[in-house]
Design a protein around this ligand. Sequence first.
Ligand code: FAD
Length: 374
Amino acid sequence: MLSYWEKKHFFNYDLIVVGAGFVGLSTAIHFQQKHPKAKVVVLERGVLPTGASTKNAGFACFGSLTEILDDLKSMTQDEVLDLVRRRYKGLEAIRKEFGDKGIGYKHTYGFELLDRALISDLDQLEGVNSMLRVLFTQDVFSKVKKVAHFGFSPHIEAIVKNKFEGELDPGTYLDSLWKKAQKSGAKILTGITVEAIQDSQGLAIAKDGAGEKLEFSGQKIAVCTNAFSKKLLPELDLEPGRGLVLLSKPLEFEIPWKGTFHMDKGYVYFRQIDGRLLLGGARNLDFGGERTLDFAVNEQIRTHLQQLANEVVFPGKSLEWEMQWTGIMAFGSSKTPLIQPVGTKTAIAVRLGGMGVAVGYEVGRELSGILGKM
Ligand SMILES: Cc1cc2nc3c(=O)[nH]c(=O)nc-3n(C[C@H](O)[C@H](O)[C@H](O)COP(=O)(O)OP(=O)(O)OC[C@H]3O[C@@H](n4cnc5c(N)ncnc54)[C@H](O)[C@@H]3O)c2cc1C
């Protein structure tokens, strides 16, 4: 039961943002900066954001060699270049805005492991470098000379280095966004699930943890719920894609490499963090099973990843595991995010795919611009 004071002060806004992941918080920041007097609220169902933003592996990447070659099979060269540009510029933007410390960024480079199945892609390294020269003016990819120094399985025939990539700490980055959103004047309310949006009236109908129904009224509404958006807007072209991440116990041996690593056309990824192995992905092993909003762990994928750790990453070693978690991404018929109005007062920025770390902040800027014109 609400009091008069609560009703008067907490339920009417100029902008309601649904979802406090990278995109929702970024939207609130950009909108509030452009409209300092606006009353902005972010409504988040979890105590912490509960989607992908704090569940990913912290790769500051924009596409491995084989991933770019794979994309070129279904997209035009211009489309692929546009994706790479968006991701790289997005990473540059957050490094500039928050500083490397503010996002836990380290420029440790990106690497890709090529086994026999992918080794022929190496023949196209020069071609991809020339294609990317319009964006980087110098070579992005190079073949690593001393592969044996990394200590991977002998089945790894080559390693390709990307000198423009690095790693970040998604928790540090989200914390910086959160603080910036609040500092700019936006209010963030957690534990509030939006159950329906009534565009014409500018209403977000929500429920709190105790089950109480709450009606938030907004001049504008931004839906930034990524994989979970179909619950609010069933007609959207997107589907969920779950990603599993495993974290080992601290390793008792020295790790002979640093950086972010991809395998299997980008579907598998690993890095070290605090002397542990962080390994994730392999959604391609069971696309159907991973098309879900359920945060459970797929045993087939977990077994596969653990096997890769013991056989490919640290051959002959048997790792002990300490943590596992899943995050839910959103994919669709195109790799481009959906950023558009969906009514007279409501606009969306969803379907971030596997690139929201890189592009989320700039996607928020774009959505804020759209909302400003509505
Ligand atoms: C394992 C994994 C690895 C990844 N690797 C990379 C990578 O290497 N590089 C990269 O760039 N990106 C990567 N990503 C993707 C990136 O994390 C996402 O694209 C990005 O976090 C999406 O941000 P978002 O704000 O759109 O969505 P989310 O982070 O999912 O935020 C949506 C928020 O909306 C909230 N919400 C949902 N429904 C409601 C509701 N009805 N009411 C209120 N709140 C609601 C959720 O709780 C959530 O907090 C990875 C993701 C995962 C899971």
